[in-house]
Design a binder for this molecule. Structure first.
Ligand SMILES: NC(=O)c1ccc[n+]([C@@H]2O[C@H](COP(=O)([O-])OP(=O)(O)OC[C@H]3O[C@@H](n4cnc5c(N)ncnc54)[C@H](O)[C@@H]3O)[C@@H](O)[C@H]2O)c1
Length: 241
């Protein structure tokens, strides 16, 4: 029960990785506030649904979670969107969406959460291995994930003296709606495409959401007490090429 008495806020909580984070936190004793556009499928949590593109919603969210839970010890900035295609195919709307959800929202949530947090608190951001080394034809997504990786390193250093650790997990492919809808948009059978992708990973399969959530939970826990500003790649041995 690593999270007994801890109070956590999770974004993107209704998504693939988000659900696994929430389940893990609840299983180990945390009180959890969740946010997503629709959180109604989640149970045993405090519901704070909303749109992360709304700056007012983001600015107020950590305090609302802290009010509901009696404080805030853990923030998981996990929500994200993926925008595909070369820069010449991207629109202003793609830019606003990607940077809004993947960068501005975590920026606002960290800024509002840190003053509420004390010694032993932790922020865990979900970046991507593509935030460390760019993959092809996703410049908007890649730059947004590089930005959250950089924010993680900055805040990890700047707030260590307050006992607030800030780390990021950087997954390669994970079997969630994000990756599956990408296949479907391209007219492919998602199960078949995942099977083919499995063969490209040295460990033998792409990640399941729990494989990533377990690392996020470790980074949120006191077992990672000497880690801050770290970008932890979780890739089953598959580098970005
Ligand atoms: N799936 C992968 O292969 C993969 C790889 C590396 C990194 N990631 C990152 O992992 C994180 C979780 O993604 P996932 O794979 O679970 O995808 P997902 O699509 O299942 O979950 C993302 C969640 O974010 C929420 N969200 C998006 N825009 C929002 C908004 N404006 N307001 C509120 N909520 C919003 C969605 O509703 C969704 O529930 C993301 O940051 C993603 O970039 C995923």
């Amino acid at each position: 029960m690593r999270f007994e008495g801890k109070r956590a806020l999770v974004t993107g909580a209704a998504g693939g990785i988000g659900r696994a984070i929430v389940a893990g936190l609840l299983a180990e004793g945390a009180h959890v506030a969740v946010t997503d556009r629709d959180t109604s499928a989640l149970t045993g949590v405090t519901h704070l649904p909303g749109d992360l593109l709304d700056p007012t919603f983001c600015d107020a969210l950590p305090a609302r979670a802290a009010d509901a839970l009696g404080g805030l010890d853990i923030l998981c900035n996990n929500a994200g969107v993926i925008t595909r295609g070369p820069i010449t195919d991207t629109t202003d709307a793609d830019y606003a969406l990607t940077m809004g959800v993947n960068v501005e929202a975590p920026f606002r949530l960290c800024r509002a959460a840190i003053p509420l947090m004390g010694q032993g608190s932790a922020i865990v951001n979900t970046s991507s291995c593509w935030g460390l080394r760019p993959g092809p034809d996703h410049p908007l997504y890649v730059m947004s994930k590089a930005a959250i990786a950089s924010l993680t390193q900055c805040l990890g250093r700047d707030h260590a003296h307050q006992g607030i650790r800030v780390n990021a997990v950087c997954p390669n492919e994970v079997n969630t709606p994000m990756i599956r809808t990408g296949f479907e948009i391209r007219g492919l059978d998602a199960d078949k495409a995942v099977e083919e992708l499995n063969a490209s990973v040295p460990i033998g399969r792409i990640a399941e959401p729990e494989d990533i959530a377990d690392v996020i939970l470790f980074l949120a826990s006191d077992a990672a007490r000497y880690m801050t500003g770290a970008l932890v790649e979780v890739n089953g041995g598959k580098p970005v090429i």
